[in-house]
Design a protein around this ligand. Structure first.
Ligand code: ZN
Ligand code: ZN
Length: 236
C-alpha cells in the first residue's frame, strides 16, 4: 500500500524527539512522502513545546525541502469537559490537530469519563482531524457512542505504527473495534508517530495490522492526496 504522507510526526521541539523539520523533510522526500503533519506534544506532557511554538509553526512553516508541511499538534485532553492543552485560538490556527489521551496529562480508569471527555472535546473544537492511538489499552471508551460523531465530523482514527508495535497483545481487541468502526463508516489514517529520523515513515506494523483486520484500502485516507483533500478538507 502506498502512503502519500506521515500525519503524526514529532520534532526536537517535543523534548522526547530528536530531529528538526529540515532533517525530517529531507528524509520524507527520499521516502517519496509528499506531506508531513508536524504534531509535537501539547504543553500538558512533560516533554512538550510551549504554546508559542504552535502559533509560530502555523505562521511560518508551510513547506520544507519540497515537502508540504501541515502545522499541527498532538493535543492532550486534560479534562472531562473536553478541554485541550492549548488555547482555542491556537488550535484553530493549526491544520492538523490530533487529540490524544496520555497518562501524564489526564487519567481516569473509567469508561464513562473517558467517553464524555472525547465527545465533549470533539464538540468543543471544530477542526480536529484525528484521534491518536486508540489501540492503547489505558483508556477504555464506549466506541458505539463515539462513532456517529466521528462519521459526522470526518474525524479519522489513527493506526499508529509505534503504538501498534508496542501493544501487540491488544491487537485482537482493537481489531474488533476497528471492524465495527469501518462498518459504521469511520475512516482511518496510518501514521508513524516517529520520534526519530529512522522512525519517520515507518508504517510496517500499522500495515501488518491493516492486513490482520483485512481493512479496505479505500477506508484509509492517506492512500491518496485526493482522498485527504476530500475527506479531511486539507489544503494540499
Ligand atoms: Zn501519543
Ligand atoms: Zn505522538
Amino acid at each position: 500500500m502506498n502512503l502519500v504522507g506521515d500525519f503524526h510526526v514529532h520534532t526536537v521541539a517535543s523534548g522526547d524527539a530528536f530531529s528538526t523539520i529540515d532533517e525530517l523533510s529531507r528524509r520524507a522526500k527520499k521516502l517519496k512522502l509528499k506531506v508531513l503533519a508536524i504534531t509535537d506534544h501539547g504543553p500538558a506532557m512533560p516533554a512538550s513545546a510551549h504554546r508559542y511554538h504552535f502559533n509560530s509553526l502555523a505562521d511560518n512553516v508551510k513547506e520544507s525541502n519540497g515537502v508540504r508541511i501541515l502545522p499541527g499538534v498532538e493535543a492532550n485532553i486534560i479534562h472531562e469537559d473536553g478541554s485541550l492543552d492549548l488555547p482555542e485560538k491556537t488550535i484553530k490556527k493549526l491544520s492538523f490537530v490530533i487529540i490524544s489521551f496520555h497518562v501524564f496529562s489526564w487519567y481516569k480508569d473509567n469508561v464513562e469519563s473517558n467517553t464524555n471527555a472525547l465527545i465533549n472535546c470533539i464538540n468543543k473544537y471544530d477542526n480536529i482531524k484525528a484521534i491518536a492511538h486508540l489501540n492503547r489499552p489505558y483508556y477504555e471508551l464506549d466506541i458505539e457512542k463515539i462513532v456517529p460523531l466521528l462519521v459526522e465530523k470526518h474525524i479519522v482514527v489513527e493506526l499508529n505504527n509505534k503504538a501498534l508495535a508496542k501493544d501487540k497483545e491488544n491487537w485482537e481487541a482493537f481489531k474488533k473495534q476497528v471492524l465495527y468502526m469501518e462498518e459504521k463508516g469511520v475512516k482511518f489514517i496510518i501514521s508513524s508517530d516517529g520520534h526519530s529520523l529512522e522512525q519517520l515513515g515507518d508504517f510496517v506494523e500499522a500495515l501488518n495490522f491493516v492486513d490482520y483486520c483485512n481493512l479496505k484500502k479505500e477506508n484509509i485516507v492517506n492512500t491518496s492526496v485526493e482522498k485527504l483533500k476530500a475527506y479531511l478538507a486539507l489544503d494540499l
